[in-house]
Ligand binder design. Sequence first.
Ligand code: NAP
Length: 258
Amino acid sequence: MDLGIKGKRALVCAASKGLGRGCAMALAEAGVDLVINARGAEALEATAAELRKFGVQVVAVAADITSDEGRAAVLAAAGAVDILVTNAGGPPPGIWSDWERADFIKALDANMLTPIALMKALLPGMIDKGWGRVVNITSQSVKSPIPQLGLSNAARAGLTGYVGGTSRQVAPFGVIINNLLPGIHATDRAVSLDTGVMKARGISMEEVQAERSAEIPARRYGTAEEFGATCAFMCSQYAGYMVGQNILLDGGAMYSTM
Ligand code: NAP
């Protein structure tokens, strides 16, 4: 399917691995030129090389997107983009009594205020052009809280509220903002969380993954390719009537009629 975005330019944050990489790959396949970011330069350059095989232009900026300096460097390289995919690492797991103010501020900075700052910087250019797409990678925890990820639950809920209002303010200008909510996907993040469970319960990684998969109606973890393809559709010409939505990709894990 031609997504109608060949020749557009996108910024995909936190894109050297996992879900961000999946989004960048699908956009490259759709003919979109890319600015990609992550902290580690080596994996980022390796991903940039893979993306260039689609014949698109790729600029890679190694920086921490959650820091003011990192964001400034990424935004300077990006210039005026048509498409923004926001993403960053997720906060660590824990229990409600662990978390102090500083922990919340860190989570809010990474998973709420960073995507908001990126939108604030890039929405005006999209509005001027009369066309834009923003996809924020959030989490299933927005719809169905994950108790041990309280920092993530809190920060992402804040971003979701912001997008709910802002998406309606910019839609009249052809600028479309939505959130994409991953359930469990087979990435390094899932390995890291599963390793915590493995150690806490003294069971093998295979047992942890089998138990978690058994709770998902699709009986497996999602893939970065599936996630990226959904993201690319949400950035396409065909997504112009999808405004302020929270699209859940969780293999059916959350039971809900609507
Ligand atoms: P991942 O496989 O660990 O990949 C994370 C990517 O983000 C890497 O490229 C990493 O590169 C980059 N990154 C991390 N922190 C960054 C920062 N401060 N600045 C720039 N780049 C940064 O994670 P993932 O599974 O793709 O998860 C992506 C997001 O989805 C996370 O927020 C995660 O919490 C959320 N999520 C994931 C799942 C899941 O099952 N995978 C489920 C729900 C929500 P560097 O380390 O080199 O910077």
